[in-house]
Design a binder for this molecule. Sequence first.
Ligand SMILES: Nc1ncnc2c1ncn2[C@@H]1O[C@H](COP(=O)(O)OP(=O)(O)OP(=O)(O)O)[C@@H](O)[C@H]1O
Ligand SMILES: [Mg+2]
Length: 240
Amino acid sequence: MRKNKGFFITGTDTGVGKTYVASGLISAMIKKGLTVSPFKPVESGCRMRKGELIPSDTVSLMKVSHIQESINTINPYRLKHALAPSVAAEIENVRINKKTILSAFKRLADRYDITIVEGAGGLMVPVYRKYLVIDIAKDLNLPIIIVSRPGLGTINHTLLTIEAAQQRGLHVLGVIINYAEPAKKGLSEKTNPEVIERLSRIPVLAVIPFSKNTEKGGTEGIFKGIVEKLIKREHLSGAN
Ligand SMILES: Nc1ncnc2c1ncn2[C@@H]1O[C@H](COP(=O)(O)OP(=O)(O)OP(=O)(O)O)[C@@H](O)[C@H]1O
Ligand SMILES: [Mg+2]
């Protein structure tokens, strides 16, 4: 099987934990001896500081990856409004084009073993005109990992996301169920992973508990386990 140059982290929705998961995966891959860069093609909802837009996801992804790259390469487009990128871009008179996104990605893919891409919102979010987040994943030719909520409603959202991805010929590597909020484990949380696997035939790579601490004693070990699974299934080659 072809070893991947990167992974596209998407979610069933906004706020599900894509940045949290991407950060955990970046740290775990670096610990395996790989060079890893994040890539956030478009970030909306950026706050303004001293006349500049601050993309908080990009900033935190760059922090965990310890790389010295220009922020414009890691995040070619920043938008102020917390809206779908195409809508925010129209209001802000920003012209998004895919050439800029693809060439920034290529620069990273040429320099790093792995590039971890975080989409914006879910797969069917418009980036400009009819170009969607799912089209970025397709154009970058990356397999996807879906971050899902744990509770009621997630079977539907996760299966819809898998089906949309597969219909466009994307390779879905797995689902990561993430507790972005503290929640007690009810019957749906307990049964959802197995139901999602059975109906989609896509593996649930991990269930990540709510934990502010991503280091030792937190979720670090879980991310290490996910990376080891990716290596074992030959989606990734470990450097050591
Ligand atoms: N397992 C977890 N334990 C504790 N906090 C978490 C966990 N997962 C996510 N969070 C927190 O939940 C919030 C939403 O997560 P995150 O920003 O990663 O979501 P997202 O899918 O990237 O959102 P967006 O669509 O805005 O990019 C953040 O404050 C994050 O720190
Ligand atoms: Mg995010």
